[in-house]
Ligand binder design. Structure first.
Ligand code: SAM
Length: 199
C-alpha cells in the first residue's frame, strides 16, 4: 500500500518515539521526499538540513532504493541527535554530520535535492540554501501551514511564511505551494535563469 511507511522509516519513527522527539516529518511529506529522491540525476547529491531522529532521511533513502551513485548529507546541530541517528545504520553513501546548517551551506557544494528542515537555511540564511541548489535542483520546505496549537511554530511562523514567499517569488526558481501534509513549498532552480536575475 502506497501510504504504508517502509521499514527504514518505521525504525526511525520508533527511534523518535523513544527519544520523545516530536518534530519528525509526516508520512505525506515523506512520500514526496522519497519520490523526489528517486528522480535525482545519476551521480547526484542530496542535502537535508536538520536530521532530527532520521525520519525524513529514512524516506529519502527509501526513495533511492538500491542506487549507490547518489550521496546524501544530513546536517544536525544537536550532537546527541546526530549521533543517535547515525547509530541507526545507513547505506555507505549517507553521511549524518553534526554541525550548523549554515556552515554546511557555506561549503558551496551544489545539490540536486535539498530538504530545508531546520531554522538554519530556512528562516535564517535562506539565500545560502538557494545558492546551494544546482540548476534543475529541487528544494522542499514543509511545515509551511500555521499551527495555532504549537507556540514554537507560531512564534516562528512569520519567518517561515516569509521564507516561503521569498522562494515563490524568486526569479531563478519555479515554485509551487502545495496543500499537502503540513504545507509544502517545492521549487526547482531554472536551468537557464534570466541573466539579470542570477543569484
Ligand atoms: C523539524 S526537525 C527535523 C526533522 C527531520 N528533518 C525529519 O524529517 O524528521 C529540525 C531539526 O533541525 C535541527 N536544527 C535546528 N537548527 C539547526 C541548524 N542551524 N543546523 C542544523 N540543524 C538544526 C534541530 O535540532 C532539529 O533536530
Amino acid at each position: 500500500v502506497a501510504s504504508q511507511p517502509p521499514p527504514q522509516v518505521e525504525r526511525c519513527r520508533q527511534h523518535a518515539a523513544e527519544l520523545g522527539f516530536g518534530l519528525s516529518t509526516t508520512d505525506a511529506v515523506g512520500h514526496l521526499l522519497a519520490t523526489l529522491a528517486a528522480g535525482v540525476p545519476a551521480g547526484g547529491r542530496i542535502l537535508e538540513l536538520g536530521t532530527g531522529a532520521g525520519v525524513g532521511l529514512g524516506w529519502i533513502v527509501h526513495g533511492l532504493g538500491d542506487r549507490a551513485d547518489v550521496t546524501v548529507r544530513s546536517v544536525e546541530s544537536d550532537a546527541a541527535l546526530a549521533e543517535s541517528a547515525r547509530a541507526l545504520g545507513w547505506p555507505p553513501a549517507v553521511a549524518i554530520v553534526h554541525g550548523d546548517a549554515l556552515d554546511e551551506l557555506r561549503r558551496a557544494d551544489a545539490y540536486d535535492l535539498i530538504f530545508a528542515d531546520a531554522q538554519g537555511g530556512k528562516t535564517e540564511g535562506l539565500e545560502l540554501t538557494l545558492a546551494a541548489l544546482a540548476p534543475g535542483g529541487v528544494l522542499v520546505m514543509d511545515d509551511m501551514d500555521p499551527v495555532p496549537e504549537d507556540p514554537f511554530h507560531t512564534e516562528l511562523f512569520p519567518a517561515i511564511d516569509a521564507a516561503g514567499e521569498a522562494v515563490l517569488r524568486h526569479p531563478d526558481l519555479v515554485a509551487a505551494r502545495l496543500d499537502h501534509g503540513t504545507g509544502v513549498v517545492v521549487a526547482v532552480r531554472r536551468l537557464n535563469p534570466p541573466p539579470t536575475a542570477r543569484t
